[in-house]
Design a protein around this ligand. Structure first.
Ligand code: SAM
Length: 265
């Protein structure tokens, strides 16, 4: 990893490009694949928060690993919820899961934030087929989010959106926290995986990637959708977020099955 001091261009646009290059060199993230106006707005807030005068100073400050991690977390929006958009999970349960093989399923929650989505999928699968051992892979680039996901400990406000039946059957009260039940916990494995930079594994029956693609450029999204298609088993499903409709899904070998679900063909 290079920690050479930065030589900085003067105009703001090239400072931005320089910062993108610096983050790539540090192996941190591919900032150029994120929609630029959004990122630039977040960067302005980050400069204010860190009391840094400009992007050039920020690029220099990234030699501090703490600042680098802080920036990554700040730039990636981590808002999540258990069973986010509950009606889509009902649809998944009633219309999509019955289309999948009866045996154990391999599910990927890509961009899982603090684990809420990955555990929601595990709970739903466990409810429907408790005797079958399913595997859920929860991935993200946000280190603190993944660390929280690993603990499986959530406060009641963090469990907002969780139907009562799941709170009662899939969590154990532990002081001010609720711990994911060991039977659910062991279904889920978490890992650091960057959708923009890492290779995709294969053999998934269902991939949930929700409220993540909206942050990427069109070019980056196209590459990821192709990657998801390869990662899916034939007839497997991609589950997307509310504002992530694929207009040209057949280009990626995906056919719309219901509004937020695409089937690999
Ligand atoms: C708004 S959250 C969505 C969480 C969850 N999927 C949901 O819908 O509730 C977006 C997540 O995408 C993650 N993310 C951003 N860029 C990523 C990348 N290049 N690879 C993997 N995850 C990424 C962020 O860290 C964040 O946790």
């Amino acid at each position: 990893m290079s920690t050479k001091p930065a030589v900085l261009p003067r105009d703001p646009d090239s400072s931005y490009l320089f910062l993108c290059r610096r983050l790539r060199e540090l192996g941190a993230m591919d900032l150029a694949a994120y929609k630029s106006p959004q990122v630039q707005r977040r960067l302005v807030s980050f400069l204010e928060k860190r009391r840094l005068p400009n992007l050039a100073a920020l690029a220099r400050a990234l030699d501090d690993p703490g600042c680098l991690e802080d920036l990554k977390v700040f730039l990636t929006i981590n808002v999540t919820e258990f069973f986010r958009n509950y009606e889509r999970f009902v649809e998944l349960d009633e219309h999509v899961l019955p289309q999948l093989p009866a045996g154990n399923l391999r599910v990927w929650s890509a961009g899982c934030s603090n684990g809420a989505e990955a555990y929601s999928l595990a709970m739903l699968l466990h409810k429907g087929r408790p005797a079958v051992e399913h595997h859920i892979w929860g991935t993200d680039i946000n280190g603190p989010g993944l660390a929280k996901a690993e603990t499986g400990l959530y406060t009641l406000p963090e469990l907002k959106g969780l139907p009562r039946e799941y709170l009662q059957t899939c969590f154990l009260a532990e002081g001010q926290f609720h711990r994911v039940h060991p039977e659910i916990r062991r279904m889920v494995r978490f890992a650091h995986h960057d959708l923009l930079r890492h290779t995709f594994p294969a053999g998934y029956h269902l991939i949930a990637c929700r409220n993540v693609m909206i942050y990427f450029t069109e070019e980056a999204r196209a590459k990821i959708y192709r990657g998801f298609r390869k990662a899916l088993e034939p007839e497997g499903f991609l589950f997307v977020g509310g504002t992530e409709t694929l207009l040209n899904s057949p280009d990626f070998g995906l056919v719309q099955y219901r509004p937020f679900f695409y089937r690999a063909v």
